[in-house]
Design a protein around this ligand. Sequence first.
Ligand code: PHE
Ligand code: NA
Length: 501
Amino acid sequence: AVPQREQWTGQVGFILSALGSAVGLGNIWRFPGVAYESGGGAFLIPYVVALITAGIPILFLDYAIGHRFRGSVPLALKRLGGKLGEGLGWFQVAICVFISIYYTAVLAWSSSYFVFSFDLRWGDDTAGFFTGDYLQTAASPFTLDFVPAVMIPLAIAWIVTLGILAAGVVKGIQRANIIFIPLLIVGFLILVVYALTLPGAMDGLNAFFTPDFAALADPNVWIAAYGQIFFSLSVAFGIMITYSSYRRRRSNMTGAGLVVAFGNSSFELLAGIGVFATLGFFAFQQGVGIAELEGLTGVGLSFMTFPAIVSQMPGGAWFGALFFGSLTLAGLTSLISILEVVIASLRDKFGWTRRNAVLGFGGILAVISLVLFGTTSGLTALDTIDAWSNQLGIVASAVGMTIVVMWVRRKGPELARHLSAVSTFKVGILWQIFTSVLAPLVLGYMLIAKIVDFLQNGYEGYDTWYLWAAGWGSLLIMLVAAFVLPQLRWRHDPEKFEVWP
Ligand code: PHE
Ligand code: NA
């Protein structure tokens, strides 16, 4: 007999879990710096345009596919569009496999730094401490000496995540999000309020919000906005397809979607305020302007700049604990969602039990992750795989999905009806235009521009051979997955799974 598909217990469980996926490292370490560098307050214009014309429409598309065709990504897309759809599904699964391997590493670092906040172990040279004492990044990306200080938290991160996934949708994923997301919101709010009381905080906010309207004439600013929205909402990764396949039959799809989308953007804005208030304090301490500071995004912001600030701040220990604790919770709840895409797909295709999929395949990913990131090779690999998966992989997947669903299989009207059936917010022709015309045009342009950029300029000055191996190589593996896996036999006849009528 085909087992019943698992289900969230209700709307709140779904919304908190979807929010848990959306609110991640991107909100905390990516948005503030990207906004600052792309026009400050003026960036909010392309950001909102991107949210409304592509972010929310494609979020709805994910929801509609997952709910109507009620399956993991390859299953739902196979039902929607046959082998072509299934291939696209496995492409998304492969992206999730790559991302999970390095996302866990960042989670492990964050939890280490949570502990370090209490003894300020990083000293004065925080950048040197991070790459040297802590990561022990080797000069060559291909030496594999184990680094226990990273290996141990990384192993713990995998055990916790796989444990949550093994417990199932309700007892594992939903329960974790119901606990962690409120905790994250409260903890982060305290951090932001405290940051606002620091001397220099207002200068930071001025730097962040002062609009540079000239930036709006730069196409790269618009690309940055679409890129941020895309990554931030976790669309076109298969995550929202998977999570909405666990919703009850009559669910308010678009209402929940709007809560998640605006909740995620609010958290992002809050992070911008918190991070720039803190940077304002740092600039004030050093007697320099914000513009002279370096390391305002990503790994640099979190593991080099922030530790230096924490060391200088009154009450730094608990400020650091709140910051790294927030990163850890935001990362954990996102990682859970990335891996669930993979687990659900393997179960549907090969008929594995949840436990076997989690312990078997999850175990293999954990070992790969430990070898790549628990060793001296860590940082370079992370950086490269991140750039190729996020800046090319997801965008390609989104373009492919909109074209296959809206043009090749022409499912626009059917999905619009499905979304509107019992939802508070109705979608119609405008949604179809955004998803079928505007999004593929903008995203297709972004994709081509990025491919040309990587081919012409490389990335971060890494050796060309290395980019071919790690960057283009991982993209090639995603494509191979997309072509090969649909050829394998379904363990269960996909038509026989229970589908919502
Ligand atoms: N949306 C998350 C963020 O903003 C990132 C994420 C990426 C989550 C991939 C899940 C999958 O950080
Ligand atoms: Na996000």
